[in-house]
Design a protein around this ligand. Structure first.
Ligand SMILES: Cc1cc2nc3c(=O)[nH]c(=O)nc-3n(C[C@H](O)[C@H](O)[C@H](O)COP(=O)(O)O)c2cc1C
Length: 206
């Protein structure tokens, strides 16, 4: 049985490009493997709390109060979902040159010392399986994969670092760019991303 974890973070509902493309990835994967189990994590519908002194105490120290224990439980649940996944399909729109804060909150609950990463003699070590594959859909209003705005892309390098830090290095980024340049550019971006999705899903080993 293969497990797919789907994480969406766009605030734009039905109009969201990343949600549409994430759906396309999952549909193609299910065509190949109809028995795969799909777990959905919608960070807009069910937001993960921001870090506070309480949530940090629950996640990174010894949880004692009810609120701290609740934070620890949520973190455990998110990490268990991730560990159970063979493939993660992540919708990550660019917001203010980086990722949505809802997705950042997810990472804040998933990056945990001694649970998903550890410091040893050789430096930091990611503790999650390198067998987990991640496909990230990056929707962007502008163009960042080339040209002068490349230096303003704090989305893709950041996601690569966060995932790599916990041991996940098999990460494929699929772009849908220039979404803000009118309907034709939007359509072209979606079609280009769909072609890339077809290739990426066909090449997946899972
Ligand atoms: C709050 C917010 C911030 C945004 N910031 C940027 C940005 O910094 N750069 C950019 O190119 N587009 C930006 N956009 C445009 C989105 O990246 C674009 O609309 C993309 O399609 C969003 O993904 P979605 O359609 O899945 O919601 C922003 C949109 C929103 C709502």
């Amino acid at each position: 049985m293969n497990n797919i974890l789907v994480i969406n973070s766009s605030v734009s509902g039905e109009a969201s490009v990343s949600r549409f493309l994430v759906g396309d990835v999952v549909q193609r994967m299910l065509e190949i493997n109809p028995n795969a189990e799909v777990t959905y994590r919608d960070l807009n519908e069910t937001p993960i709390p921001h870090l506070t002194s309480t949530t940090v105490a629950g996640i990174r120290a010894v949880a004692e109060t009810q609120a701290e224990l609740a934070a620890e439980t949520l973190s455990n649940e998110l990490i268990a979902e991730l560990k159970a996944a063979d493939v993660v399909v992540m919708g990550a729109p660019m917001y203010n040159f980086s990722i949505p804060s809802s997705l950042r909150n997810w990472f804040d609950h998933v990056l945990r010392p001694r649970v998903t990463f550890a410091y040893g003699a050789g430096g930091v070590q990611g503790l999650l399986s390198s067998d987990i594959s991640v496909i990230v859909i990056e929707s962007r209003g502008g163009l960042y994969s080339e040209g002068p705005t490349q230096a303003m892309d704090f989305q893709e390098p950041y996601l690569k670092t966060l995932l790599g830090f916990i041991g996940i290095t098999d990460v494929t980024f699929i772009h849908a760019e220039k979404i803000g340049s009118g309907p034709e550019a939007r359509e072209l971006a979606i079609e280009t991303a769909k072609s890339r999705i077809e290739e990426v899903v066909a090449a997946l080993v899972w």
